[in-house]
Write a protein that binds this ligand. Structure first.
Ligand SMILES: [Zn+2]
Length: 523
């Protein structure tokens, strides 16, 4: 029952495989090598489009307070994409996330965190990162991982996502969980080498000085050695830096120079100008990060102090107000939480977490209609176990059992305590509809030919009472009995006496009978 929705997601991939059962042998558009593949270009693009929005949400949402920065990054990205060996609907966005990271989905959907932008020193270095990610998309590295069955399934997938860097990853349910894996997957050494090699060629062709690919890798090695917090969980988790990569890039740059690529630009001045807003507000974001760390350590008063300092420094940033709302919510200050989320939504109406937090706060205050509206809005942006579970509770309060079951079932696929809560909530409802699925019963024969019924509680919840109808035919005579069961803990079994004596010569194989469980009540 758990992980049902992961199974759904995986099944849709399997289906995707079946639909294109004719495995195509195609030339890789980037490397020129022949390879087998069953994910078509259309399917790649569709995957990217489907997961781009939810993955932006799960990784902090779009960075909106300086919209020119996103426009600039997209501009640099498109300049490189024009040189790529494959036409795809490339898109580049900046995410509001302090972890230094960048990722690519199949089909050309690319994102870079502000936490990585701030570490770089030139537009050419940005071009090196974007060029590298373009190759991951263009050379089908993500699609190849899927084709090789390298994406995890079921419980392994849930665990891997829970352990990934995203703040919200553990709570993602449904098909979006697959997207989380697509962006956190590790590529093989060969794929990384290809991404460096062709990415650097693209940047040279686009008029950038390829030397920046070397200086970028040197920066990465330096940061990796310094073990800066955030780096290991971010880019380096999927792109481990090494002196070998620096050396490879050096050799490639020499090769490109021999091929006549010289005089490319670095764009240091322009990069500094475009990054000025982020650089000037680095103290505000540092306070925000600090508030986050404190909140995770459950030091809520200190966290609030840092969140409010961030707001004073940069009141336009919606995320700061959102974090303040999260802290109020944690402290059960619901009205204050709602006001903070209002302030966040006024500045950015497209981040799921503000709706989720406000919905939870409304629900706690008993404002069911408003809670439902907000939670639904959050789920539309990113389906989370937290929202699904609460929507289930709200449906239950309105006696809509079927709707509640659907929500709980979705939330049950998440790992951790919310998933467990939702599983129990689902089972309690489903037990009434399908009692025999949870309370197994079978006929057995005891001493002196006494007919018995063995009952096992296979559900995760304790059963208070149930009835078991027994019908049994022995030697042409039919007997029916109604047995009562009381308090049976999860995983326990009990033997009930039917009171029916079998004739001495009867074997159990000659006894025709059935048991049916009904009227199950749980604690
Ligand atoms: Zn890579």
């Amino acid at each position: 029952m758990r992980n049902l929705h992961y199974v759904h997601a995986i099944r849709s991939f399997a289906l995707l495989g079946l639909m294109s059962w004719l495995v195509a042998c195609a030339v890789n558009p980037v490397t020129g090598q022949r390879e087998l593949g069953f994910i078509s270009e259309r399917e790649e693009i569709q995957l990217g489009q489907q997961h781009y929005g939810p993955m932006q949400q799960s990784e902090g949402g779009l960075f909106k307070v300086d919209p020119e920065l996103s426009a600039y990054v997209n501009e640099v990205g498109q300049r490189l994409a024009a040189e790529a060996d494959r036409d795809l609907p490339y898109e580049f966005v900046v995410l509001n996330n302090s972890v230094p990271n960048a990722w690519a989905l199949p089909g050309g959907k690319i994102a870079i965190n502000r936490g990585l932008l701030i570490e770089m020193g030139s537009e050419a270095e940005l071009a090196a990162v974007l060029g590298h990610e373009i190759v991951h998309s263009a050379a089908r590295h993500g699609a190849q991982n899927m084709e090789r069955g390298m994406l995890l399934q079921g419980a392994l997938l849930a665990t891997a996502i829970a352990a990934s860097s995203s703040e919200y990853a553990g709570a993602i349910v449904g098909g979006a969980a697959v997207g989380a894996q697509l962006i956190s997957q590790r590529y093989g050494r060969e794929a990384e080498r290809e991404a460096d090699y062709y990415g650097t060629r693209y940047m040279a062709r686009a008029g950038y000085d390829p030397q920046a690919a070397v200086s970028l890798q040197e920066t990465f090695v330096r940061l990796s050695n310094a073990r800066e917090p955030g780096w290991l969980e971010g880019l380096f988790a999927s792109h481990p830096p090494s002196s070998e990569r620096v050396q490879n890039n050096r050799e490639l740059v020499a090769e490109l120079r021999r091929d006549g690529f010289s005089g490319g630009e670095l764009g240091e001045e322009r990069y500094r100008e475009r990054l000025a807003f982020l650089a000037e507000n680095s103290e505000a974001y540092a306070a925000f990060d600090e508030a986050h760390t404190l909140a995770r350590q459950d030091r809520m008063d200190d966290a609030m102090r840092e969140a409010e300092r961030a707001i004073r420094l940069l009141p336009e940033e919606a995320r700061f107000h959102g974090l303040r709302g999260d802290i109020f919510l944690n402290q059960s200050a619901y009205q204050e939480a709602v006001e903070s989320y209002d302030n966040a939504l006024m500045r950015d109406s497209e981040f799921f977490n503000y709706y989720l937090g406000r919905g939870l706060a409304h629900s706690r205050m008993g404002n069911r209609a408003r809670a439902q509206e907000d939670l639904q809005a959050s789920v539309n942006l990113l389906p989370t176990a937290m929202a699904m579970n609460e929507l289930g509770n709200l449906s239950l309060a309105q006696n809509d059992r079927n709707q509640a079951k659907q929500y709980f079932q979705q939330a049950a696929s998440a790992p951790g305590s919310i998933g467990e809560q939702a599983t129990v909530a689902f089972v309690r409802l489903d037990m009434a509809d399908n009692p025999g699925e949870y309370l197994r019963s079978r006929l057995t024969v005891g001493d002196q030919g006494r007919l018995l019924v063995q009952v096992v509680n296979e559900s995760p919840v304790a059963i208070r009472s149930a009835r078991i109808d027994v019908e049994v035919a022995v030697g042409g005579r039919t007997a029916t009995r109604q047995l009562s069961l009381s308090s049976l803990a999860s995983g326990q079994s009990r033997v009930l006496d039917t009171g029916v004596n079998l004739p001495a010569e009867a074997e159990l194989s000659e006894v025709r009978g059935s048991t049916r469980v009904r009227d199950v009540r749980v604690d």
